[in-house]
Write a new protein. Structure first.
Length: 220
């Protein structure tokens, strides 16, 4: 019977420890824009979407440009327009967009009522609210919210008063308000008080079909 040498099969003292196989991660975790069609992103509003679809939702909300968003999300530039059109028609993608927008509006405390309230403040603003009973501009911390909302910018100029001895310093305030007529127009359109009338006119300057009523478009 053959005898094995002493120490056969035992690890050598100076031999490095054996390392396990390197852990392999799916491409979606390494680069969400590659090979991610079947990898799910079940996180929050992106539940049910793969990583590329979720990336499209995030990018679309940046500038609402479907083609650019699809390109940034990893879709081919050649087919980005078609991919964006198809994605926006998908129920899950549309639901994710709506949910993310709603969450964003909630975090920013934005609602239709608040937007209308700000338009109303500008539309119904009264410049007299900026001054006190003696005609002096009120300090900013003393202005009521209704008056402060109509100010778009304020410039304070410091200068020496001409002919004063000793030299005296005076402050000149330049106040610019938001466009009140524009705010009134927006409010009137929202309430349906203003409508845009469109009529088809032929080359001779006359209506193409004078027997038909004028087409009216309500802008809200």
């Amino acid at each position: 019977m053959r005898r094995l040498p002493d120490g056969f099969g035992k690890p050598k003292k100076d031999a490095p420890a054996r390392r396990g196989r390197p852990r392999k991660f799916p491409p979606a975790l390494l680069n969400p824009a590659k090979n991610t069609r079947n990898v799910r992103a079940d996180i929050g509003p992106f539940a049910g979407l793969n990583f590329r679809q979720a990336a499209f939702v995030r990018e679309y909300l940046v500038d609402f440009n479907g083609q650019a968003a699809a390109t940034r999300a990893g879709y081919s530039e050649k087919t980005a327009y078609a991919q964006a059109a198809a994605l926006l028609k998908q129920t899950q993608v549309a639901a994710a967009l709506a949910k993310v927008q709603a969450e964003r509006a909630y975090r920013a405390d934005i609602s239709a009522d608040r937007v209308l309230e700000e338009i109303r403040r500008v539309a119904m603003s009264d410049v007299r609210a900026l001054f006190d009973g003696e005609g002096r501009l009120m300090p900013l911390d003393k202005l009521p919210p209704e008056a402060a909302a109509c100010i778009s910018s304020m410039e304070i100029i410091t200068r020496t008063r001409p002919g004063s001895e000793p030299v005296e310093v005076e402050y000149v305030a330049k106040v610019k308000t938001w466009d009140k007529p524009a705010a009134l127009t927006l409010l009137a359109k929202h309430l349906g008080l203003l409508i845009d009338r469109v009529q088809n006119i032929g080359a001779d300057g006359k209506p193409i079909d004078p027997g038909r009523p004028v087409f009216v478009v309500n802008i809200t």
